[in-house]
Ligand binder design. Structure first.
Ligand SMILES: Nc1ncnc2c1ncn2[C@@H]1O[C@H](COP(=O)(O)OP(=O)(O)OP(=O)(O)O)[C@@H](O)[C@H]1O
Ligand SMILES: [Mg+2]
Length: 372
């Protein structure tokens, strides 16, 4: 029997719930040619949402190119991956090859034929080192590939990673493309503070160039409906209270909701027991135990101030820079809290949503609580 819960991959169809308003807003904004920045803490479902948005846009005949910057590490790997992403959306390989040949001097496309006679696409880079000019030409390519007035939408995931290319000035280059092209761009990312700095700082190239949108957690009522529906498919009961408890244990982070639900499903499926809070607790402990060594090191490697802040964040993450918070949690000065938060956020241990700061991994939070 297959576990009905999935996490760690893009969820689609029946596995994806809610986000209807966000989907519509994104589709209409992009369709009308406007740029969007979408940010949210890690594992809130940005990429899944964007895949849904793309499916809707493609149904309306838009050409959507999705490009993840996380694995890109050089101009050449940028060029290669970007080209392949455009290629994926082309049904006419020969036309694609022709277009590259006529617009991009530094790339030589190759067309070979496999044993079935189907064309296979490859490229040679003619420069010793791929130049910024080549990237510039490539960024113009999607529009050149659009047919019959097709709208073009280019989506950069993990956009904060553009900082890796600081010395090449890709931020400025992209900004000029945004201004020159009809393409609508979407930028996604989880390092909230990096993205907001990029788009809301007057001194940065992207200032004011896109609508900034944020997604929050999934509403409890929808999560409850989702959990009950999935468990019911196997004849298993889960009460509203238990759903709320599961959501609370996972800090209401979509990825961890599905992870814990998958664990609970495992625990009850054989005997078809109803889900109880006790079973949920046992499953949490199992998840923590699997990662205990890792959590030990993760906690241990932080400074005393950072540890104290992590402990404080288990209790509350609101108004963390207030004197009251500092006093109650016996932290030092505001400046040291600010410094600790910054380090913890850069390391991906802490995230924030609006004014709320929280430990990114709810099981790490439960681990810390266990130790107290
Ligand atoms: N709308 C949704 N419905 C159901 N599950 C969801 C939804 N959004 C997210 N999830 C759960 O969260 C997991 C992570 O989703 P996704 O990869 O889209 O998030 P992300 O914000 O892009 O994460 P990351 O920060 O790692 O890039 C999914 O595998 C799924 O388990
Ligand atoms: Mg993602």
């Amino acid at each position: 029997m297959e576990n009905p819960f999935s996490y760690g991959t893009v969820v689609r169809g029946d596995d994806f719930y809610d986000r209807k308003d966000e989907t519509q807003r994104l589709v209409s904004t992009l369709e009308s040619g406007n740029n969007v920045v979408l940010y949210a803490p890690r594992r809130y479902g940005k990429t899944s949402l964007v895949f849904k948005v793309m499916a809707e846009l493609e149904a309306k005949n838009c050409l959507c190119i999705y490009f993840d910057l996380l694995s890109v590490y050089s101009l050449e790997s940028f060029a290669k991956s970007f080209l392949l992403k455009i290629k994926e959306k082309q049904s006419k390989t020969e036309r694609f090859v022709k277009t590259i040949s006529s617009y991009i001097k530094s790339i030589k496309p190759k067309l070979t034929f496999d044993e079935n006679g189907s064309p296979e696409f490859g490229v040679d880079f003619l420069e010793d080192e791929v130049s910024v000019q080549t990237i510039s030409d490539l960024l113009d390519l999607p529009e050149k590939m659009a047919e019959n007035g097709q709208k073009v939408i280019v989506i950069f995931d993990e956009f904060q990673e553009i900082a890796k290319f600081g010395k090449y000035g890709l931020e400025g280059l992209l900004r000029s493309k945004i201004q020159q092209q009809r393409t609508a761009y979407m930028f996604l990312g989880s390092k909230t503070h990096l993205l907001t700095e990029m788009f809301a700082d007057k001194k940065r190239p992207f200032y004011n160039s896109a609508f900034i949108m944020q997604i929050g957690p999934l509403p409890l009522a929808d999560t409850t409906e989702f959990l009950q529906r999935k468990f019911a498919q196997f004849g298993i009961d889960i009460s509203e209270e238990c759903c709320a408890y599961l959501v609370q244990r996972t800090s209401n982070i979509p990825y961890y909701i599905q992870l814990l639900a998958a664990e609970v499903w495992q625990a009850v499926i054989v005997e078809k027991k109803s889900v109880t809070t006790q079973i949920i607790d046992e499953c949490c402990i199992r998840v923590i135990n699997l990662k205990r060594d890792y959590y030990f090191e993760l906690f241990d490697k932080h400074s005393e101030g950072q540890k104290n802040l992590l402990v404080a964040l288990c209790k509350s993450g609101r108004n963390i820079f207030s004197l009251d918070y500092i006093k109650t949690n016996r932290l030092k000065a505001i400046s040291s809290v600010q410094k600790s938060v910054k380090t913890l956020m850069n390391n991906g241990v802490v995230d924030n949503e609006a004014n709320l700061y929280f430990i990114s991994d709810p099981f790490f939070k439960l681990y810390i609580e266990q130790q107290l």
